[in-house]
Design a protein around this ligand. Structure first.
Ligand code: HEM
Length: 230
């Protein structure tokens, strides 16, 4: 219906599809070997992986949307929570200043540095939980299912509302408090109720990339800037 967000979303999608079709035409007419995903999808050597234009466009839109909105919102909310919780900000800064001590000025951080950022990872998980950047997961029943006495018929689409799980006081005591320390040493990430990155065979394929991007953003943010209260 015109005027609704849903309608605007559809219009936006039409514009992106048009742009992607133009880019694909230009790429097909060009002999340049681009080092990106669109090039790989257009030039798949194995016919088993050949996708139609429509499927390629769907893949690119999925990656653009899933990879952009999640990482940018998590980074923004982490800055907000750190601003509101100076102790957490201080501990995070210490973790990153320790890493900088092992580097020359301007030297980039490496994979091992990223793996050592345990408090940073806890800050990101706590941010994702409290802000619930992704509200829920979509699934479809492949057979009749009985849950708590209710039958969900085969073929129904289900929305698993993960905010409800993220705020469950039995799983996360004082659920509305920003407490990154709750994630340290307890293996909460691998519990079967932790759906921050989804679960099962549809688990977010960009999980580690997303965590890496937010960690690197926080590294430069806390080692290059100071947050002041006004
Ligand atoms: C903090 C960052 C991110 C969060 C919190 C996040 C969260 C999620 C969640 C909850 C799902 C649904 C999984 C399920 O249904 O079980 C998902 C799916 C997906 N994510 Fe992420 N994601 C993040 C970053 C990324 C990045 C960086 C990429 C790629 C560049 C990405 C690509 C995808 C794709 C392609 C899917 C669909 C997978 C499928 O349906 O099989 N995500 N993500």
């Amino acid at each position: 219906m015109p005027g609704t967000s849903y309608h605007l979303g559809f219009q936006g999608r039409k514009r992106i599809v048009k742009m992607l079709k133009q880019i694909m035409e230009q790429r097909r007419a060009s002999s340049i070997a681009y080092d990106d995903m669109l090039y790989c999808l257009l030039h798949s050597k194995d016919s088993k992986y050949n996708l139609s234009d429509e499927e390629i466009i769907d893949q690119i839109i999925t990656i653009l949307y899933s990879g952009y909105e999640t990482v940018s919102t998590t980074s923004m909310m982490a800055v907000k929570y750190l601003h509101d919780h100076p102790k957490a900000l201080e501990e995070l800064r210490e973790e990153h200043l320790e890493i900088r001590k092992t580097k020359k000025p301007g030297e980039a951080v490496h994979w091992d540095d990223y793996k050592s950022m345990s408090f940073t990872r806890a800050v990101i998980f706590e941010t994702s939980r409290l802000a619930t950047v992704v509200n829920g997961l979509l699934r479809k029943t492949t057979e009749d299912m009985v849950l708590n006495g209710f039958t969900i018929p085969k073929g129904w689409k289900i929305y698993v509302y993960t905010r409800e799980i993220n705020y469950d006081p039995f799983l996360y005591p004082e659920p509305l408090t920003f407490n990154p320390w709750r994630w340290l040493g307890k293996n909460l990430e691998s519990h079967n109720y932790c759906f921050i990155f989804g679960g099962g065979s549809r688990l977010c394929p960009g999980k580690e990339l997303g965590l890496l991007q937010v960690s690197i953003f926080l590294h430069y943010f806390v080692t290059s800037y100071r947050l002041l209260l006004h």
